[in-house]
Design a protein around this ligand. Structure first.
Ligand SMILES: Cc1ncc(COP(=O)(O)O)c(C=O)c1O
Length: 424
């Protein structure tokens, strides 16, 4: 970073401040993580200079031989890691990956069905103000009173509305996704099934969450959450894309071809080769035996943290967690999600306010907070630290208006963090 420091100290200093913020505090937003230095090295490489619209061996630009090799490596590693025969590693991020699937499989106005954002889904799963709810007829299923995905409602709505695509997965669901049950419902109504495993991809890779591969017709995932890669995404399926000029029907057999065409020329231009390289690096890391240990520890840490918080009277949606995240309904504590996010932030604990299923409050000041353990686990924190962190959280939430106490907690958090540096 020497060049940056001398040439543009403004940006350099801001980056240093962000590094300090991350290393001196606890990143508990469950969609965040800390990548390795190797991933950062690939991201900061000359590959960013190169245009390579198209796919390996079929580019619209010259000089793509190394970009081809990088993309082939990323695709091969994705296929090997997740056990599938097709991977598109070009989506610039999770939202474009989902857009590409809709462009591939649906026509404007077709019906898609996804989990409500305010029950733990993602906005690209059919929120009315998102493209997925604007350009398609969106039907939304939800969670039951306990906070579990309501399969009866999913089935009833599927039979009533006959969606062409059912979207599963989500952003704030603490329980195991039951891919096979969702597939049963999709099959009953002849719908395609999309599993958006963005949140749990690292857990799937590490063998601690069931894989949707071989069940769902198509799988999307971001690469920067539990998978611990750079910001980016992938689309996975089974089958092989056909030759470029052949026209294809919207059938399950043609999904790989439809996906490749949806990415380019459908919605994107040049792939981000530096990002593809960094994804390849992260995928190699995820194939190592240590990654399985890491994935298991994420879930163990989440469970310990959840148990500790529940023993202090916190009300967890669904009564616990089986994944990397938990959703706390603060209604019984007389605190709002916004107040909690702010107080915890002052204590050096970064979380996000979140609606809980059937939330009586509004999304900008909801009843809950969402927190998770992937980034803490990457730093090497284990059961003992989770118990301490539960104590910090409880103290901070008991002192939301006590600035001195929140500052004291931040100092203790920073002291603890010194033993757990960011990866280098
Ligand atoms: C389930 C799910 N899908 C898609 C996305 C979108 O990813 P991105 O923010 O990279 O566009 C997210 C991000 O939070 C997500 O949680």
């Amino acid at each position: 970073m020497q060049k940056l420091q001398t040439q543009d100290p403004d940006i350099y200093n801001l980056i240093q401040k962000e590094v300090a913020r991350q290393s001196q505090g606890l990143e508990m937003i469950p969609s965040e993580n800390h990548t390795s230095q190797a991933v950062l090295d690939a991201l900061g490489s000359r590959l960013t200079d190169k245009y390579s619209e198209g796919y390996p061996g079929m580019r619209y630009y010259g000089g793509c031989e190394h970009a081809d090799a990088v993309e082939n490596l990323a695709r091969d590693r994705a296929k090997e890691l997740f056990g599938c025969s097709f991977a598109n590693v070009q989506p610039h991020s999770g939202c474009p990956a989902n857009i590409a699937v809709y462009v591939a499989l649906l026509k404007p106005g077709d019906t898609l069905m996804g989990l409500k954002l305010f029950h733990g889904g993602h906005m690209t799963h059919g929120l009315k103000v998102n493209f997925s709810g604007v350009f398609f007829n969106s039907v939304q299923y939800g969670c039951n009173e306990e906070g579990f995905i309501d399969l009866d409602e999913m089935r009833r709505l599927a039979h009533e509305h006959k969606p062409k695509l059912i979207v599963t997965g989500g952003s704030a669901y603490a329980r195991t996704y039951e891919w096979a049950k969702y597939k049963e419902i999709a099959d009953e109504v002849g719908a395609f099934l999309l599993a958006d495993m963005s949140h749990v991809a690292g857990l799937v890779a590490g063998g601690v969450h069931p894989s949707p591969i071989g069940i769902a017709d198509v799988v999307t995932t971001t690469t920067h959450k539990t998978l611990r890669g750079p910001r980016g995404a992938m689309i996975l399926a089974n089958g092989n894309p056909s030759t470029p000029l052949q026209s294809v029907e919207h059938t399950k057999e043609n999904i790989p071809t439809l996906i490749d065409r949806a990415i380019i020329p459908g919605i994107q231009g040049g792939p981000h080769n530096h990002q593809t390289a960094a994804i390849a690096v992260a995928l190699k890391e995820a194939m190592q035996p240590e990654f399985k240990i890491y994935a298991r520890q994420i879930v163990t840490n989440a469970k310990i943290l959840a148990d500790e918080l529940m023993s202090r009277g916190y009300n967890l949606v669904t009564g616990g967690t089986e994944t990397h995240l938990m959703l706390i309904n603060l209604g019984n504590k007389d605190i709002t999600g916004k107040q909690a996010e702010s107080a915890l932030g002052k204590a050096g604990i970064t979380v996000n306010k979140n609606t809980v299923p059937h939330d009586p409050r509004k999304p900008f000041d909801p009843s809950g907070i969402r927190l998770g353990t992937p980034a803490l686990t990457t730093r090497g924190m284990k059961e003992d630290e989770m118990k301490r962190i539960a104590g910090f959280i409880d103290r901070a939430l008991g002192n939301i208006d006590n600035e001195d106490e929140l500052t004291k907690i931040h100092i203790e958090v920073t002291e603890m963090c010194e033993s757990f540096p960011l990866p280098n």
